[in-house]
Design a protein around this ligand. Structure first.
Ligand code: SAM
Length: 237
């Protein structure tokens, strides 16, 4: 194993240990206490496995890339001619971080599912790299775009059930003229990015997306995230 991969693995395990999560939970309680809950209910919606497979089948996509595979729950479910899964710790087909993978990658994909490190800066890099590795007419999907409350998106991570601040990267993409961006109301929020003219540009002069506050998202999440149901999304594909 490469030395850097070994260090990545150790740091990942340390940050997700229950003691660290508890420590950061109390840290956030002390310094950033927010009690509001949006009340998203995903229980009656399709899950990511059904959604991604339906998109692949509808578009007859041949090349699937998954960033962050964990136990291969999704990766093994997906049926596609060519599947590549990238994860520095477990699952998939390539034992690298997404940055290491994209550095040397020359392949193009039709459907890319970003579900690796759920922190804004990394998600932004994963989106930019994915856009460069996307075939014409392809789609980028991102997991965990709709956190229900402050703690589910707090950085550093402070609980097991955690979406991270992926939502900030979606808000940023919503302000780009050359990207058409939605969030499907299903499975913790599935971000959807098409490389085409933005059909519903978010007109916001935000200087630093990383510094966006949870209250900003809480108050205006429907518009910021461009939330749609899966049926509506199918019509846009
Ligand atoms: C939420 S899990 C993925 C779940 C999987 N996609 C599914 O739907 O069943 C997140 C995974 O991302 C991986 N990961 C963390 N940092 C990463 C990085 N920089 N690049 C790629 N994967 C990363 C972790 O090792 C972990 O296995």
């Amino acid at each position: 194993m490469h030395f850097l991969q070994f260090i990545d693995k150790k740091i990942y395990r340390l940050l997700n240990s229950s003691k660290m999560l508890k420590f950061f939970y109390f840290y956030h309680r002390l310094f950033n206490n927010h009690s509001e809950n949006i009340g998203f209910d995903f229980s009656k919606k399709k899950n990511r496995k059904e959604i991604i497979q339906e998109i692949i089948d509808k578009k007859n996509y041949k090349n699937y890339l998954e960033i962050g595979c964990f136990s291969d729950e999704l990766f093994n479910y997906i049926k596609c001619e060519n599947k590549v899964g990238v994860d520095p710790v477990s699952g998939g087909t390539i034992r690298k971080t997404s940055d290491q993978f994209f550095k040397d990658n020359k392949d193009k994909f039709d459907c890319i599912f970003i579900d690796g490190l759920h922190e804004y800066t990394q998600v932004k890099k994963d989106i930019d790299n994915s856009l460069n590795s996307l075939n014409e007419g392809g789609i980028i999907l991102l997991h965990d775009c709709l956190p229900n409350n402050f703690y589910a998106q707090a950085i550093p991570r402070c609980q097991y059930v955690w979406n991270g601040d992926v939502w900030k990267a979606i808000v940023e993409c919503r302000t780009k003229k050359n990207l058409d961006v939605y969030t499907c109301y299903a499975d913790n929020g599935i971000g959807v990015i098409f490389k085409r003219n933005n059909q519903n540009l978010l007109d916001h002069s935000i200087e630093n997306f990383k510094k966006l506050r949870f209250s900003f998202y809480f108050n205006d999440h429907k518009k910021l995230m461009n939330i749609i149901e899966f049926d509506e999304l199918l019509k846009l594909i």
